[in-house]
Ligand binder design. Structure first.
Ligand code: EPU
Length: 337
């Protein structure tokens, strides 16, 4: 257990906020031990995975627990399917790379997403036409009320766009310990529908892509427009893409004919990056914080010295501008601590 511990290396924004106490746990037993300690002291808790989806706006006056549980387990289901279970502390991309090495298909479109396996169900991570709910089978969680283990299946997780039970009723009640995915062993379902993948494959001159080719294409696309958190502090998309009712979209389309939108039933999903860019924020820097020059939806710690409060205030200015111009209230995707 460490006291007044800087969390700079434990959040991808690289914000230098401190935790009153910090401990790293490597097993469920160690986690329970740490929780028993915090109970006697009634300390607030903060669970840290890869730190890729949090914004620390102030010092944390409690116990920060870094979940460093490691291990990957495979169970063959049949000729074509395998159940792969990874512990929460496994790095997401390394886990995807492990699966690709074994030629297990299903996660390739999710290559290079920052963060750890344990936080992937929280917001049902997704990219390039795939979300984890497409291959997710179950996760083991620790119930923080009674310190018992429970299993959540696909239905119980209630996955939605960047959403799950762990962000709603289950918020703060469970710690995810491992996640199991059902992957294919030979009859892979290649997903190239997402526009950018097709054109990247053409660029790579690949006609019949393998899952490894899809991963390569996704990595190329991500690297071409998303900043690497190791180089520039960021947490990926800072906001969700808003979904608005069709009539509201049609009204906006009259005023802004170029507005992009993906219709689903009576609703339309509008790319937040476009809205933010139209408000003049793309590449704009105020103090230590900026909107990324290649993807307006990503807020960056431009100088490396930004505080969480500065980043939060910058995001509030973006929300106000978009609201004023388009009448759409952007919702933050990143967890504000
Ligand atoms: N756009 C702009 N200006 C910008 C950025 C985007 O006009 O600065 C418009 C363009 O019209 C573009 C459209 O937005 O065609 C969509 O952009 P992009 O394909 O980059 O995807 P996104 O909707 O901005 C989402 C996810 C990303 C994910 C990509 C690819 C959310 C909040 N973000 O971004 O996820 O990688 O799709 O599937 O849904 C993340 O969650 O951290 C993340 C990076």
């Amino acid at each position: 257990m460490q006291e007044n511990f800087s969390l700079k290396a434990h959040n991808t924004f690289g914000v230098d906020a401190k935790a009153r106490y910090f401990i790293e746990v490597h097993s469920t037993e160690e986690l329970i031990e740490a929780l028993n300690y915090s109970k006697t002291d009634t300390l607030p808790l903060l669970f840290l995975g890869g730190g890729s989806n949090i914004l620390l706006t102030k010092d944390f006056e409690g116990l920060a627990i870094k979940l460093n549980l490691k291990g990957i387990h495979e169970d063959l289901i049949n000729d074509n399917e395998v159940l792969v279970t990874a512990k929460a502390g496994e790095n997401w991309h390394e886990f995807v790379a492990f699966c690709l090495e074994k030629n297990y298909g299903g996660l390739e479109n999710l290559s290079l997403i920052p963060g750890n396996v344990g936080t992937s169900p929280m917001q049902n991570i997704g990219a390039y036409g795939t979300e984890i709910k497409d291959t997710f089978v179950s996760c083991t969680v620790l119930n923080l009320e009674n310190l018992q283990l429970e299993t959540f299946n696909l239905e119980q997780c209630r996955f939605g766009y960047r959403d799950s039970i762990f962000k709603k009723e289950g918020k703060g009640k469970y710690v995810i310990l491992d996640v199991a995915f059902k992957l294919t062993r030979k009859d892979h379902h290649i997903k190239t529908e997402y526009g950018a993948i097709q054109s990247e494959l053409e660029h790579l001159e690949i006609e019949k892509p393998t899952i490894q080719d899809i991963s390569r294409a996704v990595i190329n696309i991500r690297q071409s427009k998303l900043p690497d958190p190791k180089e520039i502090g960021n947490a990926g998309s800072f906001f969700k893409n808003p979904t608005i009712p069709l009539p509201q979209f049609e009204e906006l389309k009259e005023k802004f004919p170029q507005i992009p939108g993906y219709t689903s039933g009576d609703f339309v999903k509008v790319p937040a990056g476009w809205l933010i860019e139209q408000c003049g924020w793309k590449g704009k820097q105020i103090g230590n914080v900026a909107s990324h020059k290649l993807q307006a939806l990503v807020i960056i710690n431009a100088t490396g010295n930004a505080t969480g409060k500065e980043i939060f205030d910058f995001s509030a200015m973006i929300i106000d501008s978009v609201n004023e111009k388009f009448g759409i209230e952007l919702e933050r995707e990143v967890n504000i601590i």
